[in-house]
Design a protein around this ligand. Structure first.
Ligand code: ZN
Length: 172
């Protein structure tokens, strides 16, 4: 199993390095920011933002979609760990743009005989998905009223960030 390789690397120094990197840090992210992004293995959020361990919460899933569970984590992040800002980052050429919810559910059903109770939440256009995510977060009743949400599409080749604005808005 390839995962055994990761466990071995933890044993031979990864764990010690992680402990040293977190030494003396508080659980509260010092930049009071939560970043939501895709699980894409090429994206290193700390490197992307020149950030350090301890500075931000990083919430990841397939696509970087604002799901119920992302909202759950942000609400806890805000109420218990003093974050306010949310950066939502989806990216070009995301796997979630390569199929539809119906296709994926049909594939699962054909293979297993069972349709999932959840939606894959695939999207054809990352910018539109970011726009919907921003809208959802801004309307969520449990997020702090001072929450600042900004959304971006990351170019997966250049790693440039293109800010996405909700209709009629040009944030500073
Ligand atoms: Zn992705």
């Amino acid at each position: 199993m390839a995962s055994e390789d990761l466990l071995r690397r933890h044993q031979v120094g990864g764990g010690r390095r992680a402990a040293a990197g977190a030494a003396g840090l508080a659980a509260v992210p010092s930049l009071h920011t939560a970043v939501v992004t895709c699980m894409d293995a090429r994206i290193d959020v700390l490197t992307l933002f020149g950030a350090n361990v301890g500075e931000a919460h990083v919430l990841r899933n397939a696509g970087g979609v604002v799901t119920d569970d992302v909202v759950r984590s942000i609400v806890i992040s805000q109420r218990k760990l003093a974050t306010r800002d949310v950066l939502l980052v989806q990216h070009s050429k995301c796997g979630l743009t390569t199929f539809t919810d119906a296709e994926f559910c049909e594939e699962l059903a054909a293979d297993t005989g069972i349709e999932p109770s959840w939606r894959p939440q695939a999207f054809p256009d990352p910018a539109e998905s970011v726009r919907r995510g921003i809208a959802r977060l801004r309307r969520d009743p449990f997020l702090h009223p001072d929450t600042r949400v900004r959304g971006f599409v990351l170019d997966i080749e250049t790693f440039a960030l293109d800010e996405v604005f909700v209709d009629g808005e040009r944030a500073g």
